[in-house]
Design a protein around this ligand. Structure first.
Ligand code: ADP
Length: 456
């Protein structure tokens, strides 16, 4: 900067153009404000200088003043034109760069393996990439201008309710919607697509377009199904021998075949306990595979919830004694008779209670609370003051097989299936399941169940 000012000063001193040259030199600066100040200052000096000469000199001086003004104007115009041309060239280079970027981007989208489509706000297809033909078999010219997801294209295989929910989410609520679709290809073959649809809004916040990205997950789904079926089959096959081990070890422990010595009794008890754990695991695996295959049937019957809970508490009694845990029970009275699948209700509450005991400190305290939640629901709350769930793990706690590290340390035995089962079953009953937890402070799990099971 200082360097430039010196240059200006020398230029003025050595030039024959006097003060008229100042504004021109100021244009060398990039900042608009400096150019502006230069123009104003220079113009002012010219006027001052020339009017001074005008007053005291002859006609010859007036002539010199005119030359100065003309020179000033023409050089200023020249520089302005130079600046404008420079700017135009810059803008042109930028536009060319953007065009190249856009072409690269289009090439990438056109050739992506996923199907990418853009529709207007009513779902009329405006653009589809090459991935669409690979997945659906339709050529772009066969689908452009048609309604996306219609029966004559690759859609229309889901229920009316499903499509209503989808349109409400993306068009009315303007939210992103990610879901799995059952679709069909042009040759009639069925396929499953993981679809994510995003509304694109204009400045006024109104939907302008929808962008949809569809991935063909048919093969993944098939493998998943094969795995689930295998787990289901293996669990069924394991159930029978495990039941035999249970019966025979019970008979031994009951001295049905003669009295056992101390060591014999201890060893048989170990066999019995390990077998019980194995039965629990196999039962959980069976429930998970039934849930995943959609074959888990919920058979509701009017149930006295308090009586069911009391049976359950008896069941977890030995674990509570072992951990010296105190159970505080709080129930609204009277509680409504509720339509329940007793076995599944047992599975749900047993999971929550055993978790609360397992993850509590020795001699801890657990609160079990049941109250009416409005006229149509019952709220069940299980609270403990145990190890809690670290924040970083809370989002994954309902995932199949997930166990938090702090829980693994306290209780190495566990399979990470319990909460997955609870969450899936409660969802199937159209109830709600959630929790609050703080690491090293405790956890509270809540279930809100409808008094009447939803009609299928
Ligand atoms: P498991 O208890 O066999 O590991 P669950 O599915 O029942 O499997 O629980 C999944 C995970 O959730 C547990 O491993 C543990 O990390 C966490 N969790 C569940 N209940 C509690 C609880 N009451 N306190 C602390 N962590 C819990």
């Amino acid at each position: 900067m200082r360097h430039r000012i010196c240059l200006i000063f020398i230029a003025i001193k050595s030039s024959k153009l006097d003060y008229g040259f100042i504004p021109i030199l100021f244009m060398l600066f990039r900042k608009k404000i400096i150019i502006f100040v230069g123009l104003v200052l220079g113009g002012f000096l010219i006027l001052l200088y020339s009017s001074f000469i005008f007053r005291i000199e002859t006609d010859q001086v007036i002539y010199q003043y005119d030359v100065n003004i003309l020179l000033y104007i023409s050089i200023s115009l020249f520089i302005v034109v130079l600046i404008l041309v420079g700017r135009l060239m810059k803008a042109f280079a930028k536009a060319q760069q953007s065009l190249q970027d856009l072409q690269k981007f289009k090439l990438a989208v056109d050739n992506a393996s996923d199907c990418i489509s853009i529709t207007d706000k009513d779902g009329i297809i405006l653009y589809v990439n090459g991935g669409m033909e690979k997945i659906t078999g339709f050529k772009p010219e066969e689908v452009l201008g048609k309604k996306i997801g219609s029966k004559d294209l690759w859609g229309g295989d889901m229920s009316l309710e499903f499509y209503q929910k989808l349109w409400t989410a993306i068009k009315t609520k303007k939210q992103k919607f990610s879901v799995e679709f059952n679709n069909h290809r042009q040759n009639g073959e069925e396929f499953v697509a993981a679809v994510s649809i995003s509304p694109i809004l204009d400045e006024a916040g109104e939907v302008k377009f929808f962008v949809s990205i569809d991935r063909d997950i048919t093969v993944v789904k098939r493998i998943d199904l094969a795995k689930t079926e295998f787990v289901s089959l293996a669990s069924h096959q394991l159930r029978t021998p495990l039941t035999f081990v249970k019966w025979y070890s019970e008979m031994l422990l009951n001295d049905d075949v003669g009295p056992l010595g101390k060591d014999q009794r201890d060893f048989t008890q170990e066999i019995y306990n390990s077998n019980e754990r194995m039965i629990d695991l196999v039962d959980s695996l069976l429930d998970v595979s039934r849930l995943d295959l959609g074959t888990l049937k919920i058979k509701g019957a009017p149930t006295d919830i308090l009586k069911a809970i009391k049976d359950l508490i008896k069941d977890v009694g030995p674990l509570m004694i072992k951990k010296k845990v105190k159970l505080i029970e709080k129930y609204d009275r009277p509680l409504p008779i509720i339509e329940l699948d007793k076995r599944l209700f047992f599975v749900i509450i047993q999971n929550l209670l055993t978790n609360a005991i397992k993850y509590s400190k020795m001699g801890g305290e657990i609160i079990l609370e049941i109250k009416c939640d409005g006229a149509a629901n019952v709220l069940i709350k299980v609270a403990d003051k145990g190890c809690g769930i670290p924040i970083k793990d809370q989002a994954r706690i309902f995932d199949k097989l997930f166990r938090a590290d702090n829980a693994r340390k306290i209780e190495p035995d566990g399979n990470g299936l319990g909460l997955y089962i609870v969450n899936s079953v409660v969802k199937q009953c159209q109830g709600k399941f959630w929790f609050e937890s703080k690491e090293n402070a405790g956890s509270t799990f809540y279930i809100s169940l409808p008094i009447k099971l939803p009609k299928k």
